[in-house]
Ligand binder design. Structure first.
Ligand code: NAD
Length: 340
């Protein structure tokens, strides 16, 4: 069993912990919190040993009825590999600790590529993670872009990508962030950082991205246009998407035209936390103009799509014999997950 610790049990960390603990080849040896909270209580209920960043706060946890297993340093020592899901910018400061104990670590997209020197996406570069001590799973938006670009590139070659990201203002549990009533150009300059981030995984892709933030919590929406090297066939691309284990097709007959309906659908499907681990391409949006211009809308559940990528990254780094396809299938199967 691969022993996994999750440093930072928030939006991403709690999902990664549940996804890891569902796998047959890995187990959670600990999760960390900074203060007693509803998430710390959930960690206890799940049976995850709870470690704390500041051991001087042990009494606060214990007074709240929570058993503390030890310090974060002790958690690191108990693990083979650490998934660092602390807030963006905090994780880089933990690198020295992982180095000190000679442990493997995976960071999230809130950190720069340089934190690990290797950025990961299961569909694109699974095998390149083998034998590495450090990796970074790219952000939710970059993950969604990488998946669909890789699919189109393998089928027809991609000459260039132009994409606009309409991003959620905050996660549902994040009461402090906005905007409440504005469309915020984020950044106002073009290109946004997403294109260069895709190139950390797919260095040969010509891509320009633009981004804005809107008052919603559910999901991001991507407007994607790709110039193909060879004439594309719409029905074939739809079939490839339908067969892809990490991209779902929002069928026209469902009548779903919004992120709100999509999240409701995920909830009705009985998905835990109504999570959509797959990118969600709208079938009726997919169009080919003049033979080689591919257009589509895809919705990305920001809290969920990177979770399954972390599980595959753990498997690749720790020397599993599984191929990318086998790992993706194992991860999905353990979560009882079939794409929409
Ligand atoms: P979050 O704020 O929801 O969770 C972070 C957790 O880390 C919190 O529980 C916090 O208490 C804890 N923490 C803070 N400092 C710590 C420390 N020093 N030691 C241990 N724990 C500490 O953040 P998140 O949204 O889960 O983001 C985590 C990472 O994932 C970031 O890099 C972010 O950019 C990336 N990411 C987030 C999303 C998203 O939509 N939320 C999507 C993809 C990637």
């Amino acid at each position: 069993m691969i022993k996994v610790a999750v440093n930072g049990f928030g939006t991403i960390g709690k999902r990664v912990a549940d996804a890891v603990s569902a796998q047959t080849d890995m187990e959670i040896v600990g999760v960390s919190k900074t203060r007693p909270s509803h998430e710390a209580m959930i960690a206890q209920k799940r049976g995850y040993p709870l470690y704390i960043a500041d051991i001087s706060k042990k009494d606060q946890f214990e007074n709240a009825g929570m058993k503390v297993a030890g310090s974060v340093e002790e958690m690191i020592q108990a693990a083979d590999i650490i998934v660092d899901a602390t807030p963006g910018g905090v994780g880089a400061g933990n690198r020295a600790m992982y180095e000190k104990f000679g442990k493997m670590a995976i960071w999230q997209g809130g950190e720069d590529h340089s934190v690990a020197g290797f950025s990961f996406n299961s569909s694109c570069n699974f095998a390149d993670a083998r034998g590495r001590q450090f990796a970074r799973v790219v952000s939710c938006n970059t993950t969604g872009l990488c998946r669909i670009i890789k699919l189109a590139d393998e089928a027809y070659g991609v000459k260039k990508v132009r994409a606009t990201m309409i991003r959620r203002g905050a996660d549902p549990g994040d009461a402090k962030r906005g905007p409440v009533d504005a469309i915020v150009l984020n950044p106002v300059t073009i290109p946004s950082h997403h294109g260069p981030d895709v190139q950390t995984v797919l260095p040969d892709i010509d891509i320009v991205t633009m981004a804005m933030i809107v008052p919603t919590t559910f999901m991001h929406m991507h407007v994607v246009q790709m110039d193909l090297a060879n004439a594309g066939d719409k029905d074939k691309i739809l079939r490839l998407i339908a067969d892809n284990p990490r991209i779902g097709l929002v069928k026209g007959y469902t009548g779903i035209k919004s992120t709100a309906e999509l999240k409701e659908y995920a909830s009705d499907l009985g998905r835990p936390r109504s999570d959509l681990w797959e990118s969600c391409v709208f079938e009726d949006s997919l169009s080919i103009v003049d033979g080689k211009e591919l257009y589509l809308f895809q919705a990305i559940h920001q809290e969920a799509d990177v979770v399954v990528e972390n599980v595959d990254c753990i498997r690749a780094m720790t020397g599993s014999a599984a191929t990318a396809g086998e790992s993706v299938a194992m991860t999905n199967r353990a979560l009882g997950f079939e794409t929409i």
